[in-house]
Ligand binder design. Structure first.
Ligand code: C2E
Ligand code: CA
Ligand code: CA
Length: 514
């Protein structure tokens, strides 16, 4: 799940970065395209104005020589032959002296009141045929020459191939766009940029393309986007597969718990004198699909360190209930079911709830649930731990101190913790042999337990000598390979159901073991 999420996030990040890069490139391209279009328009308008400037030279000559019929013809020819010009008008001493139009006609209303400006845009309202014009004026010694350029030519210079880019011609505060009349606009709007002509006093205003545009992306970048979607999906899948393979041991253990691969094995605890089974200890095994059964000392420390010991123990508890509950009527009265509990679990919030759930699984049955707490870890570190165990003791759980004599708690914790019995560690029992003084250490441990009025279970009984020694010392409950190794539920049930009262023979060392 975590790996899939990681792969998904990586693929998504790749997709986002890819789309951003494509968007950035398209934005950059849109910017340079718009500037190029604006430059192109400016050049076209400049070339029209060049035509007007050339016609002005002829008009200046006529202004000096006078408006003869030949001069008027020349002026008409000039206007007609220059493709973008509409009319050429000469003012002298504030009066219309000569024009390119027949009969010295004028195009502009109240021409004599028109103020001088080198370049100006006149709205349709100021022109006789209602169409706006661009005017280039040049001063002469007695007046001025006015050359007009048709709006249609200006508009075609502003036309672009891109439908989302609209250019406009600005002369001072007058603006002519690709469509519409001349409008007054004092300041250029912030969304526009301007390309200023170096030859004539005008600029071409053009819109700045937005940095992000879904339309632009879909129209111009869809091919690349499809490619990036495909690439990020492929990389996501590869990553998921790769991450899925390179899991940590902890991940493997988590999955194993979820899949129910951690199973309980059962080792009998018997009465040494009679060989009658008195209980079992539940011992975890990892039933690995490839490696076979893995012993607990390999994975329990990792489970404890990672906190996985909690779901692991809960899973074992549930399996023990489903295994042993149906057998409870065949078990001797007060049958002990011992389960190993780690300190990390005892101090967790879920511990009391987990145990009472376990207890409910055997509601009304004649079994005793034993919590085996190892002495190898420091027990007194948390007062919470003692409190939780004592409260479970009150509710009927049996508390056993495991690996007695090997660890931290020593004697001090026994005063605070309500312990029912101790389990003498196999390292003490294994020393017992036929040799003199081999029992010295175990003698001391047994004496200590007796003085403290604690019941004893001896672990790791492997030989007849050890059994006889423990019987002589009246250690009633014994556990070890001499009686039986931990076995699977199926093996355990077979022996238990066939001869429940003869464990010593059935769990002899020759029996099939784990
Ligand atoms: P433990 O609680 O002291 O369990 C007894 C260990 O001694 C078991 O080893 C058992 O197989 C082994 N044993 C029993 N009789 C004999 C014998 O006659 N000779 C020898 N040489 N060994 C004997 P196992 O099953 O490998 O477990 C090792 C330890 O792993 C356990 O020691 C316990 O501390 C821990 N463990 C096992 N299952 C769990 C679990 O479910 N939860 C927790 N927290 N710890 C577990
Ligand atoms: Ca134990
Ligand atoms: Ca032990």
């Amino acid at each position: 799940m975590r790996n899939s999420l990681l792969a998904f996030v990586s693929a998504l990040a790749l997709l986002i970065v890819g789309v951003l890069i494509i968007n950035w490139q398209l934005w950059h391209l849109a910017q340079s395209n718009t500037v190029a279009m604006a430059k192109n328009s400016a050049q076209t308008v400049e070339s029209m104005l060049n035509e007007a400037a050339a016609a002005t030279v002829t008009a200046q000559r006529i202004a000096q020589e006078g408006c003869t019929s030949q001069a008027q013809l020349d002026l008409g020819a000039e206007a007609a032959l220059k493709p973008h010009l509409r009319a050429i008008m000469i003012l002298d001493q504030g009066q219309i002296m000569c024009t390119s139009l027949p009969g010295n006609g004028v195009l502009i209303k109240a021409l004599t009141q028109l103020p001088y400006a080198r370049l100006s845009l006149l709205s349709g309202a100021r022109v006789k045929d209602g169409l706006p014009v661009l005017l280039l004026q040049t001063l002469t010694p007695g007046g001025r020459v006015i050359v007009s350029i048709s709006d249609a030519h200006v508009r075609s210079a502003l036309a672009t191939v891109a439908h989302d880019v609209s250019l406009s011609l600005r002369v001072e505060d007058r603006v002519l766009a690709h469509s519409g009349d001349v409008v007054v606009q004092e300041n250029k709007p912030a969304r526009l940029s301007a390309l200023v002509s170096l030859r004539y006093p005008f600029s071409i205003d053009y819109p700045l393309p937005p940095f992000f545009s879904a339309d632009r992306l879909m129209q111009q970048g869809w091919g690349l986007i499809l490619l990036i979607v495909f690439l990020s999906m492929t990389i996501g899948l590869i990553l998921r597969r790769y991450l899925g393979k390179s899991t940590t041991y902890e991940d493997d253990l988590r999955k194993a718990i979820e899949k129910g691969e951690i199973v309980p094995f059962y080792q009998p605890i018997v009465n040494g004198e009679t060989g009658v089974i008195q209980g079992v200890e539940v011992l975890a095994r990892w039933k690995h699909p490839k490696s076979g059964f893995i012993p607990p000392n390999v994975f329990i420390p990792i489970a404890e360190k990672s906190g996985l010991i909690i779901p692991l123990t809960k899973s074992l508890m549930a399996q023990v209930v489903s295994h042993l509950n149906p057998l409870s009527s065949r078990l001797p009265e007060g049958f002990h079911i011992g389960i190993n509990i780690s300190a990390r679990h005892i101090t967790s919030d879920s511990f009391l709830g987990d145990c009472s759930h376990f207890h409910q699984g055997f509601e009304g049955k004649r079994v005793k649930l034993v919590l085996e707490i190892t002495e190898r870890e420091p027990l007194l570190d948390s007062p919470h731990l003692i409190e939780n165990l004592n409260s479970l003791h009150t509710k009927g759980f049996v508390i056993a101190l495991d690996d007695f004599g090997t660890g931290y708690s020593g004697l001090s914790c026994l005063h605070e913790l309500r312990i029912d019995y101790i389990k003498i560690d196999q390292s003490f029992v294994s020393r017992v042999s036929g040799q003199k003084d081999s029992t010295m250490l175990l003698d001391c441990v047994i004496e200590l337990a007796r003085k403290m009025s604690l019941s004893i279970v001896a672990e790791g009984v492997e030989t007849l000598e050890q059994l006889e020694y423990l019987n002589r010392n009246k250690i009633a409950l014994l556990q070890g390979y001499y009686f039986g190794k931990p076995v699977s539920y199926i093996e355990f049930i077979k022996v238990l159901l066939s001869k429940p009262r003869a464990m010593k023979q059935d769990f002899s060392p020759q029996t099939k073991h784990a």
